[in-house]
Write a protein that binds this ligand. Structure first.
Ligand code: AMP
Length: 396
C-alpha cells in the first residue's frame, strides 16, 4: 500500500481530524445495539491520544438528509467511547456542527484530549462534498486521518474534501482493510477461490468480471445462481430469475472457460412452494426443479462440493449468502459455508454486509482472517474500482 499511514505523520501537538464510521444500529430508545464499529476505531484513537494529538472525531449516523434530528445524535456514541476508552470525550452538541462557538472550543483542546463533533450529515454540505464546508472543517485541524472504510467509496466533504485541504493519512482500520483486499487481489496464495452469493446477478456483475481475471475457482450460490443455471439450460421454476441477465450469465460462463477458471454452480437446491420459513421444503437436483417451486438454499451435495473446493484453497473471498439465511429453514447452506471457511487453513476474507452478518450470526467471526467493516466499499474494491476516500489520501 502506498498511502501514508499513522506511522508516517507527526502527531504531537497537532489537531488531528479523524473521519470514523460510527454509523451504529440504535434501538427505539436510542441505545446502541452493536458497537463493533466503535470498537474498530479504538486502536487509532488511542494511538493518536498517546502520541499527544488533539483528537477531533467526525462521523455520520443514519440518514438525516442534511437536517438536525435528535434521534440521530452522536451523543450515545460519545458515551460509549468514554466507557470503552475509560477517558473523557468532549462532545460538541452543536446542531450546526461547526458554529463559531464550537470552533473556539475545539481550539482550546489540549494534547491528549478527544472530542467528537455532532453527526456530520446534519449538514447537507457533507454529502454534497461542498468545498467551502470542507475548508471550514479543515480550518479546525492540522492533519486529517481517514479511518472510516465504510464510507470510503463516497466522495464527501469529511473524507475527500478534508484530504484535499490537509496533510493526510489512513488510520489503522483502513490500513488493515486495504492490506487484506489489495494484497490478496494482487498476489494471492493459490488456489484462490471466490464465493459469490446474494440475491441478484445485476449487483455483482462488476465483481464477477473482475474476479474472473484473478481467481482459480469461482463458486456462485444464492438467488443469483438460478440465472446462471437457466443460462446453462436448466428450468428453475419460481426461483429468483433475472431474465434480462441470462445472456450476460452465458457470457460470464464462457469468459470463465476461456480464462481457465472453474465456475462452480450448485448441483442441488432446497425448494419450497412459497417464500415462507414454515413452508414444506425438500431438496432436488438442479435438473429437476419443479415448475411450481422456488430454490431458497443450496442442497447437501452442493454444500459438500463447495466445501471440498474451499478446503483445498489457500485464499478465499466470500461475498453474499448461499440462501435465504434470515429464515432458519433456509440458513443451512450459508451456515455451513461459514463453518467451512472457519475450518480452512487459508486466508479467509469476508466482504461486509450480509456475509459479515451471517458469520456474526453463526458465532464464527473470530475464526476468519478478516471481516470487512464496509459492505459497499469492499464490493467496489472487489470490482477493481478506486475508492475516492482513499485515493485522495497522500501517497508515501
Ligand atoms: P445481496 O444483498 O445481494 O447480498 O443479497 C442478500 C439477500 O439475498 C439475502 O437477504 C438473502 O435472503 C437473499 N437470497 C439468497 N438466496 C436467495 C434465494 N435463493 N432466493 C431468494 N433470495 C435469496
Amino acid at each position: 500500500m502506498n498511502k501514508k499511514t499513522l506511522k508516517d505523520i507527526q502527531i504531537k501537538g497537532k489537531s488531528v481530524l479523524v473521519r470514523c464510521d460510527f454509523n451504529v444500529p440504535l434501538d427505539d430508545k436510542g441505545n446502541i445495539t452493536d458497537d463493533r464499529r466503535i470498537q474498530g476505531a479504538l486502536e487509532t484513537i488511542q494511538y493518536l491520544k498517546d502520541q499527544g494529538g488533539k483528537v477531533l472525531l467526525i462521523s455520520h449516523l443514519g440518514r438525516p438528509k442534511g437536517k438536525f434530528d435528535s434521534k440521530l445524535s452522536l451523543e450515545p456514541v460519545a458515551k460509549r467511547l468514554e466507557k470503552l476508552l475509560s477517558t473523557k470525550i468532549i462532545f460538541f452538541s452543536d446542531e450546526e456542527i461547526i458554529s463559531d462557538k464550537t470552533k473556539e472550543k475545539v481550539s482550546e483542546m489540549n494534547e491528549g484530549d478527544i472530542g467528537l463533533l455532532e453527526n456530520i450529515r446534519f449538514r447537507k454540505e457533507e454529502t454534497d462534498n461542498d468545498e467551502a464546508f470542507a475548508k471550514e472543517l479543515a480550518s479546525m485541524g492540522d492533519v486529517y486521518v481517514n479511518d472510516a472504510f465504510g464510507t470510503s467509496h463516497r466522495a464527501h466533504a469529511s473524507n475527500f474534501g478534508l484530504a484535499k485541504n490537509l496533510p493526510s493519512a489512513v488510520g489503522f482500520l483502513v490500513e488493515k482493510e486495504l492490506e487484506f483486499f489489495t494484497k490478496t487481489l494482487e498476489n494471492p496464495k493459490r488456489p484462490f477461490v471466490a464465493i459469490i452469493g446474494g440475491a441478484k446477478v445485476s449487483d455483482k456483475i462488476g465483481v464477477i468480471n473482475n474476479l474472473l481475471a484473478k481467481v482459480d475457482q469461482l463458486i456462485i450460490g444464492g438467488g443469483m445462481a438460478y440465472t446462471f443455471l437457466r443460462a446453462k439450460g436448466f428450468a428453475v421454476g419460481k426461483s429468483l430469475l433475472e431474465e434480462d441477465k441470462i445472456i450476460l450469465a452465458k457470457e460470464l460462463i464462457q469468459k470463465a472457460k476461456s480464462q481457465g477458471v472453474d465456475l462452480i454452480l450448485p448441483i442441488d437446491t432446497v425448494v419450497a412452494k412459497t417464500f415462507d420459513n414454515k413452508a414444506e421444503n425438500w431438496t432436488v437436483s438442479v435438473n429437476s426443479i419443479p415448475d411450481d417451486a422456488m430454490g431458497l438454499d443450496i442442497g447437501e451435495l452442493s454444500i459438500e462440493l463447495f466445501n471440498e473446493v474451499i478446503q483445498k484453497a489457500n485464499t478465499i473471498i466470500w461475498n453474499g449468502p448461499m440462501g435465504v439465511f434470515e429464515m432458519t429453514s433456509f440458513e443451512k447452506g450459508t451456515k455451513t459455508m461459514a463453518q467451512s471457511l472457519a475450518k480452512s487453513k487459508g486466508i479467509t476474507i469476508i466482504g461486509g454486509g450480509d456475509s459479515a452478518a451471517a458469520v456474526e450470526k453463526f458465532g464464527l467471526a473470530d475464526e476468519m482472517s478478516h471481516i470487512s467493516t464496509g459492505g459497499g466499499a469492499s464490493l467496489e474494491l472487489l470490482e477493481g474500482k478506486i475508492l475516492p476516500g482513499i485515493d485522495s489520501i497522500e501517497d508515501r
